[in-house]
Design a protein around this ligand. Sequence first.
Ligand code: 6PG
Length: 469
Amino acid sequence: EKAEIGLIGLGVMGSNLALNIAEKGHRIAVFNRTTARPHEFAAEAGPLSDMIVPCDSIEALAEAIQPPRPVIIMTQAGKPVDEQIALLRGVLSENDIVIDAGNANFHDTMRRFHELEGTGLTFIGMGVSGGEEGARHGPSIMVGGTEDSYKRIEKVLLDISAKYQDEPCAAWLGPNGAGHFVKTVHNGIEYADMQMIAEIYGALRDGLGMAPKEIGKIFAGWNEGRLNSYLIEITAAVLAADDEKTGKPIVEVILDRAGQKGTGKWSVIEAQTLGVPATAIEAAVAARVLSSLKDERLAAEDVYGARPAGGFGGDREKLLADLELALFAGKIAAYAQGFAVMDAASREFSWNIPLPMVAKIWRAGCIIRSQFLGTLAEAFSAGKVANLLMAPAFVTMMREAHPALRRIVAQAAEAGLPVPALSSALAYFDSYRQGRGTSNLIQAQRDFFGAHGFERIDEPGAHHGPWGL
Ligand code: 6PG
C-alpha cells in the first residue's frame, strides 16, 4: 500500500511530526540524509511501524507515495531546504506538493514559491509551532500557499493539529509567504512574552529579594487567572526545578545569556520595513542581544557599581497585584503590535490573512497559547478595528491595567532595574493614546535644517516656518 504523504528530515521535530501523522492513521514515507535513520526510526516506532515506510533514497521516497504526492521538508531553515527542493524536483511530478514546515524566512518562501511556479509542482510554506511536544501530539499549523494545494492536505493537517475545544488549530492563512510570515510574528510575540515575564521575574528577584521557588509559586498562582498560558505555566515549573549537579535552583546555575535563531529579529525587520511600530518585540530582541554581552556587562557593573539590592517598596500584596496586572498590560500592547504587523503585511502582499483565525489557531498547540488568545479571537470576531487597543473588550482591560504598568515601570526605573519590554509597551500605549503629540517639533526641526515643509493645523498644503532661510 502506498503512503499518503512523505517527510524528509528525521530530526526531533521531523520525527515527532511523522509519528503524529502515522498515529492519526495516515501512512507516511520518510527519508533522511543519513540513510540508516529511516529504518531505525521505523523500527523504533513500535505499533506505529506499520504506518511508516522507511526510504533509502529520494527516488524511493517518491516511489513510495501515492500521486499526487505531498512531501513535507522538516530540516534546518535556509540552504538545506533549497537542497531538498532541488532533489525533489528531480523525482516529483505534475501536481505534487512540496511543503516546507521549518521556521523559514518568508522572503525565502516567496522565492521558493515562485521558483516552483510553472514546474507543475506547488509549494506550501507552513509554520508549525509547539516545540517537540507539539509536533508529536498536536501543534498549531499556519499554512501559506494556494488554497487548492491546502485543500489537498487539509485532512492530514486538521488531524494532526492541536485542538481547542474540538476546533483544530490549523488553517490556511493566505497565499505564498503568509503562513511563514504569521509564524515569524508568532515568534516575535513569543520573544516579547518571554522577555516581559523575565522582567517581572527580575522585579521579584532583585526588587523584592525573593527566592526562585517563591517566585515560581507566584507565577503558578497567576497561571490560574487572566495570565493563564503555557509560558507562565512553564515559568512556574522552571522556577521550581533544582539542578541535579549542585542541588541549587536550576535558574541560579544557568548563564544569563540568551540565544536566538532569527525569527524574533525577522519580525522586527519586517515591522520596520512595513512602517509598523513593534517596540515591545524590538525591545525583547535587543534584550537578548544585550544579554549576550556578558563580559561587557560585568565590566560596566564594575565601573558604575552594582545597583543596591531591593528597591521595590510599599504594600506587598498591592505590589504583587500590580506586577500581575503590569504583565497583562504589557502583553496587550505586544499583541496589538504583532497583529498590526500582520495586518500591514497582509495588505502589502495582498494576502488577506484572516486575523481572527490566526488568534483562533494560536489558542492551543503553539508556544504562546493562552486564555488571552481566546479573548483576542472573540474581540476580533466582533468586528475590525484599527488596532487591538481599540477593540471594546481590550479598551476595558487596558483601562484597568495600564495604571499598574505605569507604577511598575516607574518603580523599576527608580530602582535601576531594566524593564525594556514593559517600558516600551507603556511608551507605545502612551504615544498611541496621545491625541496631540510632540512631532510638531520634529516637523519644525526638519523644516528648519532641510526645508522639508510641514502641515498646519488650520490650513491645508505644505508650509515653511519663519526661519529666515
Ligand atoms: C515554536 C517556537 C520554535 C522555537 C523557535 C524560537 O513556535 O515552536 O517558536 O519555533 O522555539 O525556534 O527559537 P529562538 O528562541 O532560538 O529564536
